[in-house]
Design a binder for this molecule. Structure first.
Ligand code: FES
Length: 200
């Protein structure tokens, strides 16, 4: 960890023994001559190991493993929002603010996260633990508004629920992910709204 609490920039990188086994498992899913198709899962694994962001040396190592030109890895890492190429808080708090979530109150979810963390969108907390950002649609519109923190979706949120969840994570807890409304998955809130006719 560097002086700001972020994972440090590094001159070289290699996967841990445990992750090397995971790399082998991932590569095993692709034909030997299509190794570079594994770039996304390998970058995810590398970013997780390196504390939330991908220094150049990490990208280079992934390129080497995939036997592909470095630029092929750089372009993927810089294109997708889920990869960070600058020092970033280890816990990533991402609030969806695309239209369906916005119509369902994502402004309030953003406000709850700002209030809990004491930072603005695009900022890291002083201790380098948390990074807050807006995100485009995460495919959970049925349960809007929602946020994605590390590996978990928290859905059917309001200001109070979102703030409670972020504060719990700040205390080191892992709140139950999924819909916070009590419904299962994306089943209708209340009662069925389709297939209402009686069976013949
Ligand atoms: S608009 Fe927020 S998940 Fe789709």
């Amino acid at each position: 960890m560097d002086k700001d609490g972020f994972a440090p920039d590094v001159d070289s990188f290699s996967f841990s023994a445990e992750n090397r086994a995971e790399v082998e498992r991932i590569l095993g899913k692709y034909p030997a001559d299509r190794k570079r198709s594994a770039v996304l899962p390998l970058l995810h694994l590398a970013q997780r190991q390196h504390g939330g962001w991908l220094p150049r040396a990490v990208l280079d190592h992934v390129a080497e493993l995939l036997e592909t030109p470095k630029i092929r890895v750089y372009e993927v890492a810089s294109f997708y929002d889920m990869f960070n190429t600058e020092p970033t808080g280890r816990v990533q708090v991402r609030v969806c603010t695309t239209t369906p979530c916005w119509l369902r109150g994502s402004d309030e979810i953003v406000r709850a996260c700002k209030d809990a963390l004491g930072i603005e969108i695009g900022e890291n907390t002083e201790d380098g633990r948390f990074f807050l950002r807006e995100f485009e649609c995460l495919g959970a519109c049925c349960n809007a508004p929602m946020m994605w923190i590390d590996d978990h979706f928290y859905e059917d949120l309001d200001y109070g629920k979102a703030k409670e969840i972020v504060e719990a994570i700040m205390r080191g807890e892992t709140p139950e992910p999924g819909p916070q409304s009590g419904r299962k998955g994306s089943e209708p809130l209340g009662q069925r709204t389709t297939l209402l006719e009686d069976e013949a």
